[in-house]
Write a protein that binds this ligand. Structure first.
Ligand code: SF4
Length: 183
């Protein structure tokens, strides 16, 4: 039985808050880089930007241990079924960030070989702009996702089989402001 089916009272509300808090603080990305954007994703995980401080330092080698897919780079038609299979193997609830203009729209590669937007293959929750987006912009997207998970807005706003599709602005060159985080 999911928590949605339990009648609401004070205790279940607190329990729900606890579940959202735990989800927000333990988002684990799948190891999945497609092209040049993946370099910036790796930089975000390295010591200087230190994704570990958000509870998500471990890029999981198995999709069954991951709940975040960062589509980092252009997606070829041949790779699309593989991407979908990795997504299908991830645990629920799961989230998708489309990183970079190629992943979101095909970018400069307007041709038959590349998918013109990964939202044709998987539901996208956050679009991160840039070519490539730097670690600051990617982290801005990740923190936006975290906040949506904490409030529960992300799941509430999703339609069947569709992501929320939040578009964040570019933040490269500006320090990543660490938002005040509830305990
Ligand atoms: S958006 Fe730019 S950096 Fe990212 S995959 Fe496309 S060409 Fe490469």
């Amino acid at each position: 039985m999911g928590m949605e089916q339990i009648p609401h009272n004070f205790l279940t509300t607190r329990l729900e808050d606890l579940v959202k808090w735990a989800r927000r603080n333990s988002v684990w990305p799948a190891t999945f880089g497609l092209a040049c954007c993946a370099m910036e994703m790796m930089a975000a995980g390295a010591a200087h930007y230190d994704l570990a401080r958000y509870g998500m330092e471990v890029f999981r080698a198995s999709p069954r241990q991951a709940d975040l897919m960062v589509v980092a780079g252009r997606l070829s038609q041949k790779m699309a079924p593989v991407l979908r299979q990795v997504y299908d193997q991830m645990v629920e609830p799961k989230w998708v960030i489309s990183m970079g203009v190629c992943a979101s729209t095909g970018g400069m590669f307007n041709n038959y070989a590349l998918v013109q937007g990964v939202d044709q293959i998987v539901p996208v929750d956050v679009y991160v702009p840039g070519c490539p987006p730097g670690p600051e912009t990617l982290m801005h997207g990740i923190l936006t996702l975290h906040e949506q998970i904490r409030t529960g807005d992300l799941l509430a706003r999703r339609g069947a089989g569709r992501g929320v599709g939040i578009q964040v602005e570019q933040r490269d060159g500006t320090p990543v402001a660490v938002p005040a985080r509830s305990a």
